[in-house]
Each structure stands twice: as C-alpha cells, then as structure tokens.
Design a protein around this ligand. Sequence first.
Ligand SMILES: [Zn+2]
Length: 477
Amino acid sequence: MRGQKTVVLATAVVTSLCLGTGIAAAGDGWGSGKPGSDGAGDSYYPQDGNGGYDVADYNLKVTYDPASHQLTGLQDISARATQALSSFNLDLRGLTVDSVKIDGRDAKFSRTGDHELVITPARTLRRGERFEAKIAYHGVPAPIDDPALGNNGWQYAQAGGAFAAGEPKSATTWYPVNDTPLDKATFHLAITVPDEWGVIANGREKPSIKTPKGTTHVWAEETPIVPYMTTVAIDKWTFDRQKRKDGTPIVSAFAPGVPDSTKQAEARLPEILDFLESKFGKYPIDAAGGIFLNEQIGFSLETMSRPIYSAGWAGTVPTIVHENAHQWYGDSVAVEHWKDVCLNECFASYATWLWDEAQEGVDLNKQYADDVKKASTAFWNGKLYDMGAGNEFTYVYSKGPMMLHALRNYVGEQAFSRVLSTWPALHRNGNASMQEFQRYTEKVAHKNLQGFFDAWVYGAGKPADQYLFPGGLKPAA
Ligand SMILES: [Zn+2]
C-alpha cells in the first residue's frame, strides 16, 4: 500500500504515499466436535478470520448490476477441518445470506457481531475431513469506513463502475471468506455484468462467456492468495496486454480518463519486474499487470498479480515499483501478524530507493545522510514493529527504507543482497514475522543484530551512531 494519508515526516523520504481448541474423542472424532473459534487471534484484529478449518480454494460466482448496485453471489469454498467441528464461522459484512450447504446438505446459519456468519453443518465435520461449503447471498455491498485509512472494500466509482480494495480488510464486503493473512487459498472468480462493462481481477484471464444476463468474465488466481489481496474492478476499461520473457501474462487495465503518461509508465512493467527479480529472486506470481482507476481513493494497493492504483498522483513509475515489490514482500510472503507489516512496507519503500540507485544513479548514502539531517524529533518517535492497530502505516514508509539502508551498511553489501534475494523464496506462499527476518539476516551475515533491531525496529527514538552511521554511512556535511 502507498497512501496519501501517510504522515510525511522527512520531505525527501516519502513523496506520497486459525486456530481451534476442539478435542476429538478417541478414535475418529465423530460426534464430538466443538465450534471453530470466531477469530484467528491477530493481536490487532482478533475477530478477523476464524479457526477450525483451512481453505484451499474459493470458487466465486457473482452477478453485478452497476445501475442498481445489486450483487448476487454463490461462494463455493473447498476447505479441510483442522479440528472436529460442530460449527464454524466465515466473515461477511452486510449482504443477505440466502442458503448454506455443506457437502450438498442444507446447513443452519446465523449472523453475529459485525461480520460473523456462523454455520452449523447437519453433522459434525471430522478433524482432517475435506468439505465443501456453498453460500448463496445477495445485496448492495458497502465499503468499511476506516477512520485512519479511508474506505476499504467494495467501493463505487463516480463514473458508475465499482472496485474492491482495502487493507487490512476488503474481501468481507463482497464475499464470505476466512479473512486472515494466515489462510491463503487459490481464488477463482466468474463475474457476470451487463455487456457494456468490462472486468479485471487477480490472476490469469480466461475466455469470457455470453449469457442472457450479460457477459461472464472469468479470472483464475492459482497462486495462493490472502483475502485482502483479492480484487475485482468493473469499468469501461482499455486493456494493455504484454508478456514477460518467460511467458507470464501481463494484463493492465485503464479506466476512461487515465492519462497517457500513466499508460506509458505501466508499459515499463516488464522492465520493472526484471529489475525487481534481479534484487528479490524469481517473480513469485503466475500473472502480472495493474488496475488504474480514474478515482481518487487515497491509496494504491498491492492486490496480488495486479496492483490497483488511485487516480492522479499514483500513476508514476515509483508507485508501480512499490506495489510490484510487494508481490514478493507482502503477497507471496505475507505478514504473520499485522504488527509485522514493516516486512511489507519497509521493503516495498526501499525498492524505490534501489530503483533510483540503479536507474537514476542516485547516491543513496548521500540521500540517507540528508534525510537523517532533515528528520525532526517526531520522525524518530515511531517503532517499525508492533506500532499499534490503526498506526501500522505511520512510520513504515519513511523510517522503514532508512532502516533497511542502515542495515545494508551494517551487515555489508554481500550479506544484505543475499538476504533480499533469498528471503522471499524461503517463505514463498507463506507468512513470516519480523523476528524470523532478524534471525535469518543474522544467520546470513554471521552477526548478532539484536542491538540494531532494538534501535531501529523494536524501539523508538533516534538510533545511536553505531546503528545510525554504520559502514559507509556518515552524517551530512
Ligand atoms: Zn505498500
């Protein structure tokens, strides 16, 4: 994510911005299930996600009418019970659930809290059992108003289209889901809209189908995806299709009114992905591209394989570099907990430093020294770990890339570049924590980094000179 509401603390730094407790009886666990937990237990968003099962695939069929805003959905979830389950929850905000079937049999359901859909199958699901949940629902989706981050989730474009984007929550506004970064799944979407509208979503584009109600657009994301990284966007798109050298399809979509300069910036995506691959290792996703809204939404977001960009300020190469760097740092390797979000944002922000260094010949040591000189006391007030719910995105864009540049100098060029290029593969399609990153960097660098991480990441305040000006770094003249 790269937002307009980011606190800009040093002018040169940022330009814009499942767990269950059920105990199976001895033997096969029949008849002894317990409810899955109603939250995945994140320290900031404990009710998001659920426990007791693991989703493998979402197969979602949606019909959407831009004129009336009516959405009708049929969600088909393939999952496996991780405990004996008498009932389990999905997350869904608003919308009306019409029916729920588990393995073809009607299941009871109820709604609690602001986003819990509680499902009671006709019989207890055994631990380890694979099952299919089909949820039919309909309604007019509404965004989540987040006081810190603005609108999240399903949103309406002024020109009549709609799109889904938001962090940390988005997916619950338009389909039932296990809304936690800890449960990644493949994502198949077939969405029917009136013929005059176009659709772009995550993953690979499949042939569309003419139906009496309009055109069904089919998209398949086969790389396991975190729910908030899913998206769909409906508008009268102009498409640009390219391929990477290895054949990976690139599909970019531009809303009417998006300027040519933005299209020219996105046309450099193959070059940008090649560059990022040279720094971070093999591109970890099976498709690429971008979604360029003609709508000011306050942020751009690294939706998987196809980042979604706000109008105007976002259509520039640095933002494209930032959101695509997230495909390694944020999408393929997702946070273990939201307090680890520097693993997403510090790295995506530093990717633009690396780009500037390689493409523009920027002297990063000089830039760093100038930024340290300009930094106010407030600049150093924030931590880069466990910064508090609603405060996750305050310091990661500004202090974050400086921390990584200091780390590069503290451990040396060779160890730093090895960490950057091997860490994503180590946790591909998984989750990781800041402590794991620290331990891995220590292993590669053969150096204890506790003092450095305490000074820069876990603690606030200006780091002592040994951590602020290590290696080739020195104060600005
Ligand atoms: Zn970001």
